[in-house]
Structure formats: C-alpha cells, structure tokens
Design a protein around this ligand. Structure first.
Ligand code: AMP
Length: 544
C-alpha cells in the first residue's frame, strides 16, 4: 500500500464558524427571543460574540473535556454556546427541557456538567433541580441584565461576555475530541448519552448538505422547529454555516399561528420538524387558506410522515415535502426522501406513495437488514428485518454506559437501530415500525405506521396512533386511538370501513377509541409508551 501525500488537518467545528463569518459574513440570522421581539445579526457578528463567549468560558475556568449544559430554546445565544463550548475543546450537553424529573436529575449528574446555561423561561426548572445537580458550579441565565431572573448566584450571559475580547484563535486538537452530548429520550431505562466528536459533526454536516442540497444556500433560509436540544437540531447549526444559509430561530413559540407569522415575516424558504408540529401549521394554513409566502419545502422526520400530510403540503400549497429518517445515535441523518428525475415524472399518487417511504441513505451511512439470527436479508423491498447502520457519524457506544454500549453493536460493529425495515434494490428504505411498536398478532406483525397512515386518510381525524393490546388468543391486537379534527364527528364504524378498504382483515384494529389529545414525548413525537400505559387496563371488546 502506498500512503497518499496529502495534509491531514483535523476536522474541527470551529472551522465552520470561521468559514461562515468570512465567506458568508453578511448573511443574517434571525431569532424570536424569549424576552420578546426579534433579534437579528450576521454570521460575522455571531463569530465575534462566540469569541467573546469562548474567552469568558475560559476565564470562568471551563477546561477542555468539561461538560457544559444548555437548557434553552432555539435562539442566537444557544447557537453561540454550541460553537464557543466546542471551540475551546469542551462539550456542549444540550438538555431536553421536556424530560421527567427523574431524567433531569439523572442526565446532569451522569454528564457531570460543571456549568449550566439556561433560558429565562427555564428558571423555574433550574430552581427546582439545582439542589440535585451536585456537579454544577456555575449557572448562567441566557439574557441581559434587564431581564435577569431572581435567582441567587446566577450569572448574566450578557454581563459575562461584555468585557471579553471578541478575538480568538481557536486551539487545535485531535478531531475525535468530544464536542457535544445528547441523551436519547429513552423508551425504557435511563437516558443514554450519544457523545458526538468534532469529526463526526463536521462529516455529518457535509453529508447533510450534499444530500439535501436543495434546502441550503446563501439565498435560502430554514426555520428549525426541531430543537437545538434534540440531536443538534438535525445538524442545522453546522450545515447552515457551511452553506451560508440563514437560520430563523423560533424561540419558545411553536404553535401553528406563531410559526406561520415568523415564516411569513422572515420569508422562510424551508422548515424542519417532527410531524406533530406540522399538524399545527397545517391547521393555521387551512384557516388562512394559504401558505406562508416563500415557503418552498418542509423536512419531516422523527416519526413517519403521514401520507395525507404529504398530500396536503404538496397538492394544496405547492410545498415540497422531504421525509428524513434518523436517530439521536446517528447525528441524526440516515435517509432522506427526495426523488430521482424519473420518479418526479410519476403521477401525483405514485409520488406521494414514494414520499411516504423514508428515502434513500445519506452518503456516509451504510444500511443492512437482518433476520432474528443476524443473517442479512435481501434488499428487495419484500423482506423485512431489523435495521442496522454503520458510518462515521454513528455512535460506537454510549457515554459512560458499558452495558448499553455492548448491546448496541452487532459482531460486525454495526449499530442496532431498533427499527424494522425493508430496503428496495434502488436503496429506498421503508420503516415498518419500531420493534417495540409492532403489534404481534398471532404469528404476524402488524405495522402500527401502516394502520395509522391508512386511518389518517379520513378527513375527520386530526391525529391517531395504533398500539397493541394484550389478547388471550392472538398475543396482541391493534387498537386505534384517535383525535377528532376540529368540528368533525367521525364514527368508529366509518373509520373501520375506510380501513377495511385498505388493509387485510387481520390488520384491522379491534377498536377505535376517541381521545381529546395524544400524549407527546420529550422530542415532540407521539409517545406510544405513555399511550400504552394509559390503556394498560383497557379490555378489548371481544376479549371481554
Ligand atoms: P430519536 O433518537 O429520538 O430521534 O428517535 C429515533 C427513532 O425515531 C428512529 O429509530 C425511528 O424509530 C423513529 N423515526 C425517525 N424518523 C422517522 C421516520 N421518518 N419515519 C419513521 N420513524 C422515524
């Protein structure tokens, strides 16, 4: 083997913001602030404040490798923390503010965060848990002196960075140095930490912009509804810097009307988020009879995008839908569903059919499906099995959790996603279900996603979820839990009749239960775990 004669510079996150501030220095970034009002500045302004913050962190005593926590919405100060913390070799631990009390206590202590930065809206959470967060020495409220919460000992972000120099030469260190820590929302047991490195983060953003190239550019803007506290807002702070894309941060206002107004006033060309947030936006668009001016694409990920949602965006409003599949453990992008030219020429129904699948792999991600014995299954769009992934932006284990780390990888070193999937010869991935959410009926598996997709075609439903209920003969049977659309009165029989026309008899739910709302988990997705707990004592009509 002959070694190539090329330089080997470490792939560091600091290089992204240096690049953006020079090449895209005038490109704006917009934030809806938690104090009220809109904040605007450019990548060049941002780099200066990031340098100030980095210098302030060093002065505060933050050392390379220290974990520094954030508890914050999407906004410019959170963006600054991302770059300043990782830039000096420390680790930015983004905490999900929707965790349970137990999880809040666990993640901060497990990460051993030495400092915690919080948005003023989260001051009550900090007050509540401070006594339990033993490793945290410094609390910083992400605001100015005028808006400081009444909290003993808390520092003020603006006061902290004001005297610091806005110049910094970033330190060089190995590219596999840890940069960010995000805990999985965890369906069972304690949350598990995905510890991203500089290298994995830079590569992930390159993979992302190479694959979703239509979304990025210095003439484009993206409104990340997906939070900075969940898998780095799907990498947007980094991919926006590489491409000079304007970010429009929505702060704490994530309801349909607020999103519509911000998208419209700031001319968002794209927006990324989980399906539940789009329900709110679509309701607002229906009310106004139009889309926010300039909105061209939405990226829907985190859970399956329901077919009727894709249809409405595309047909009624001319907004291109891209579906993305991924995981916290994958940084997160795994696949993206844009179509090839020959697929764009298909008729509308066929295109929607394809867009309801999870898409093709992003460059840098390898996929395989296996049966229960671990034997590879063919990519023929028929065989379904557990999905495993491999790549440079995928975890090799969990932070300080040896047991979970060992269980996460197979003998070949691939990561077990916990999803069941089919893969077509042309690379198109279909997620059948989460292993835990499949309904095991007799010897067959029923995909809860398939039944939900079929039911959502009923215009009288706002949202729905399918769960398995224990059954004496069949092990489990599916039950559809549904929320009625405003003003609609769909009946159980109507919905079962519709499903009967789309599904096999044995896949039909044994019951349809109407509820006011579905439980939403920490990452904004419908929580089937909570739903199963809610219906733990429920008896199927036939099983008595
Ligand atoms: P998280 O780590 O919280 O982002 O959750 C990752 C899981 O969400 C995946 O393993 C999938 O089960 C699910 N998921 C993410 N995106 C999709 C999608 N487009 N369709 C179906 N399931 C998805």
């Amino acid at each position: 083997m002959l070694t190539g004669m090329m330089m080997n510079r470490p792939l560091l996150i600091s290089g992204l913001i240096d690049f953006a501030s020079e090449v895209y220095g005038t490109i704006p970034m917009v934030s809806q602030t938690v104090e009220g009002g809109i904040h605007r500045y450019t990548f060049a302004d941002s780099r200066k404040r990031i340098a100030k913050l980095a210098n302030a962190l060093i002065a505060m005593g933050v050392k390379p490798g220290d974990r520094v926590a954030t508890l914050a919405w999407n906004g410019y100060r959170h963006f600054e923390l991302y770059y300043a913390i990782s830039g000096i070799g420390a680790v930015c631990h983004t905490i999900n503010p929707r965790l349970s009390a137990e999880q809040f206590i666990y993640v901060v202590n497990h990460a051993e965060d030495t400092a915690l930065f919080f948005d003023i809206t989260f001051a009550p959470i900090v007050e509540k848990f401070k006594a339990h967060w033993k490793p945290v020495k410094t609390y910083v409220a992400m605001t100015d002196a005028a808006h400081m919460p009444d909290m003993a000992g808390a520092l003020c972000y603006e006061t902290l960075i004001a005297p610091a120099s806005d110049q910094i030469v970033w330190p060089d260190f190995p590219e596999d140095t840890a940069a960010a820590l995000c805990y999985t929302s965890g369906t069972t047991g304690d949350p598990k930490g995905a510890l991203y490195s500089h290298r994995s983060t830079v590569l992930h953003s390159l993979y992302s912009v190479a694959t979703i190239n239509m979304a990025f550019g210095s003439d484009r803007s993206i409104l990340p509804v997906v939070p900075l506290f969940h898998v780095n807002a799907w990498g947007l702070p980094y991919s926006a810097a590489i491409t000079g894309t304007t970010l429009i941060f929505p702060g704490a206002k994530l309801d349909g009307a607020s999103l519509f107004e911000l998208m419209e006033s700031e001319h968002a060309s794209g927006s990324w988020g989980v399906p539940t947030v789009w329900l709110g936006l679509l309701a607002e668009m229906k009310k106004r009879g139009r889309k926010p001016v300039g909105l061209k694409h939405v990226l829907i990920g985190g859970s399956a995008a329901p077919k009727p949602m894709i249809e409405t965006f595309e047909k009624d409003y001319g907004i291109t839908v891209l579906q993305g599949w991924g995981m916290t453990e994958m940084s997160p992008l795994g696949t993206v569903g844009h179509l090839l030219p020959e697929e764009e020429n298909l008729d509308f129904a066929e295109r929607v059919e394809l867009k309801a699948k999870q898409g093709r792999r992003v460059y840098g991600v390898d996929l395989k499906i296996v049966d229960e014995a671990g034997t590879r299954l063919p990519h023929d769009d028929v065989a379904s099995g557990e999905l495993f992934v491999r790549g440079n932006a995928i975890v090799s284990g969990y932070y300080k959790n040896e047991g979970a780390s060992v269980r996460a990888l197979d003998k070949e070193g691939w990561f077990a996603t916990g999803d069941v999937a089919r893969i077509a010869a042309n690379g198109m991935l279909t997620i059948v279900d989460r292993t835990k959410d499949l309904v095991k009926s007799g010897g067959e598996w029923i995909s809860s996603i398939d039944v939900e997709n079929a039911a959502m075609a009923h215009t009288g439903l706002a949202n729905c979820a399918v769960i398995g209920i224990p059954h004496p003969k069949w092990t489990e049977r599916p039950v559809l839990v549904a929320v009625k659309a405003p003003g609609a009165e769909p009946s159980k029989d109507e919905i079962l009749k519709l499903l009967d026309s789309k599904l096999a008899k044995w896949q039909l739910p044994d019951d349809v239960i109407f509820v006011e709302a579905l439980p939403i988990g920490p990452t904004g997705k419908v929580s089937k775990r909570d739903l199963r707990a809610k219906f733990a004592d429920y008896k199927l009509p036939e099983a008595g």
